[in-house]
Design a protein around this ligand. Structure first.
Ligand code: 2IP
Ligand code: CA
Length: 398
């Protein structure tokens, strides 16, 4: 498993390089933006965009993982279709070709003949990223490849990516908008149970060097399989994992040091959240932030007790990776409406975790993979319980 998780992290790092490269050159970036239409479109937005970065990143992840783990490429699913239309109206299927030169030629068609930009991107696409992460090397778990499938969100918060605000100031570590809200999400789930197993969240834009104006990013990973729970944050947060490989069998669910220390409950929500929920949560420390992946990351990092969304505007690819990481930390991601119902019925013994292998009955297009009942992402089950109890007292006006 070391190899598999390392491959996911490497793919996310290569993807982050592509995301940063596409952003670096504003004129190039303008060429890349294309509006999504029809069933591809998220109904939440008046217009919904995909960028060449989204499409290329998704193809790179599919290609790199599929090459290392043959057979898995047919089980890697993503948000984007790989078709792109250039300004001449030509439809082009973006893919990683056998050689850098061929990829550059293909990309130059999408980039209206801009061969310099195409070559630059092709170089990154074909440049192998290697990784020295001692924590990753300790992950010795055997998971049969044919039980796994993957959800990819190549660029979450495309809107913030396109806007590209670089000078936002965080409040208690949380950015309400800006490039910091952009994430790349790769989540692995079990094909038959639909439960998440492992995930990588890559945040390509975290700090910017004031002289070179170049961005640096960071990544987080987690694995939760049978009784094994291991997460990149364990080393940073609490130094909880010792050098022995056997320690990965210690379940961090019981490690208090890994739980958010703040008893002062908090939540992060979308600015478009239902007013009744906003009012109910205003008794907590309440933050607003863009990006489903980024808000989940705030819960992963323990910046907030929960990320809560009452609407159906996130999808499987938004949640699988953060959900796996939260599970590895003793938390999870549940269906908001089902959770509310069970709490009202006094029956929250079993949590309604989100699952990733079942489409929404009768839905079409992207809505097939929507998280229909909304979601709550949490690290500490006790905090989830308290916050859901608060919400259960509120009339949501439905
Ligand atoms: C979006 C993105 C949005 C989010 C929406 C997601 O994914 O994360 O930011 O809305 O739910 O589906 P909000 O920021 O209001 O939470 P994408 O950018 O990949 O379409
Ligand atoms: Ca998304």
């Amino acid at each position: 498993m070391t190899e598999f998780l390392t491959a996911l992290v490497c793919a996310s790092e290569k993807s982050a390089n592509i995301a940063r490269a596409c952003k670096q050159e504003e004129t190039l970036f303008q060429l890349l933006v294309q509006e999504k239409k029809g069933s591809e479109k998220n109904k939440k937005f008046v217009s919904d965009f995909k960028t060449l970065a989204d499409v290329l990143v998704q193809e790179v992840i599919k290609h790199d993982i599929g090459k290392k783990f043959p057979g898995l490429e047919d089980y890697i699913f993503g948000e984007e279709s790989n078709q792109f239309t250039n300004s001449l109206g030509e439809k082009i299927n973006v893919e990683v070709c056998a050689t850098e030169t061929e990829t550059a030629e293909l990309l130059s068609k999408v980039l209206d003949g801009n061969i310099t930009a195409a070559k630059l991107l092709a170089r990154i696409v074909h440049h192998d990223v290697s990784m020295k992460d001692p924590a990753l090397e300790k992950v010795k778990v055997d998971i049969p490849q044919d039980t796994m499938a993957v959800w990819v969100d190549p660029i979450d918060s495309t809107f913030q990516y396109i806007k590209g605000y670089a000078d936002e100031k965080p409040k208690d570590g949380i950015y309400s908008k800006g490039l910091q809200c952009v994430t790349i999400l790769i989540g692995v789930y079990n094909r038959s149970s639909g439960l998440p197993i492992m995930g990588v969240i890559n945040q390509p834009f975290v700090t910017r060097d004031p002289d070179s104006l170049r961005w640096r990013g960071q990544y987080f990973w987690g694995l939760s399989y049978k009784d094994i729970n291991i997460c990149s944050l364990q080393n940073q947060d609490a130094n909880a994992i010792s050098q022995s490989t056997d320690d990965q069998h210690e379940d961090p669910r019981w490690n208090e040091d890994l739980q958010p220390r703040d008893d002062n409950l908090s939540a992060v929500i979308s600015t478009s959240e239902n007013e009744a929920i906003k009012t109910a949560l205003s008794m907590l420390r309440l933050y607003y932030a863009a990006g489903a992946g980024y808000k989940s990351l705030c819960a992963v990092q323990g910046f907030v007790s929960v990320y809560l969304l009452s609407e159906d505007t996130t999808f499987k690819w938004d949640c699988c990776a953060p959900h796996a990481i939260l599970r590895s930390l003793g938390g999870g991601m549940v269906d908001f409406r089902e959770c509310l119902k069970r709490i009202k019925d006094g029956n929250l013994d079993e949590l309604p975790e989100l699952i990733y292998n079942t489409p929404v009955n009768g839905a079409t297009g992207v809505d097939r993979w929507a998280n229909k009942g909304g979601l709550v992402a949490y690290r500490c089950p006790k905090h989830l319980d308290t916050i859901m109890n608060i919400i259960s007292k509120v009339n949501l006006g439905e």
